[in-house]
Design a protein around this ligand. Sequence first.
Ligand code: SF4
Ligand code: SF4
Length: 221
Amino acid sequence: MLKPEDFKELYRDFESAPATFDCGKKCSPFNDGEPFCCDTGWVVPIAYKAEWQYLQKRTNLWHEFRPRNSDEFDLMDEIDEDENDFIECRGVKYCERDNRSVSCRTFPYEPYFDTKGNLLGLIYNRVMEDKCYLVDRHQVVTKKFIHEMLNFFEKLFKLLPSERELYMGESRTYRNKMSRRKKPVVVLTLDGPFEAAYRGGKLIRPWTKPDPSERSYHPKV
Ligand code: SF4
Ligand code: SF4
């Protein structure tokens, strides 16, 4: 059972940024100076119920997200209100590193499982794949970040086992999606990026191709 006070340790041990540079500086010039993932016009952070309780005790950085149009009202139906809440922060000018939500800390990554339930590394949350600079830049993520994120999820899955099932399903969906697109499933591991099999999801070979060039970054807005 996940409790608000669990987030003290969960947050403390998951502090690092994904890359050695500030990726917000790459994408924010294309979004009026605001990183895409900090703009609820593009993506709305989700918090675990216990996490939201924890944050409310610690800071006034966050408030409950209030939908502003029909798409956002539809979005509200996509979560289980007994488990999660949509939240919104006061904006990037007021960001407090220690009080970033799990969604801020993890974006744009998700834990990756093979079909046997082995947690093997990280894949991308592709909800903003055409905007986020980090998506498919497999070489930029640091080992420290991968280690912290995997460690975070190992602890979280013990406290909330249903999340394990959820991400196993997400990994399966990811493999199917990439297979349909004829794109490789690249998994970020502590030993570097690896290509994974569409079937079964095992890691099959190191991924050695270079990342997309700087010039190829043209986020769609
Ligand atoms: S994670 Fe992606 S969207 Fe968010 S600041 Fe970094 S590059 Fe921009
Ligand atoms: S808390 Fe910070 S990182 Fe998270 S959405 Fe707000 S500005 Fe972005």
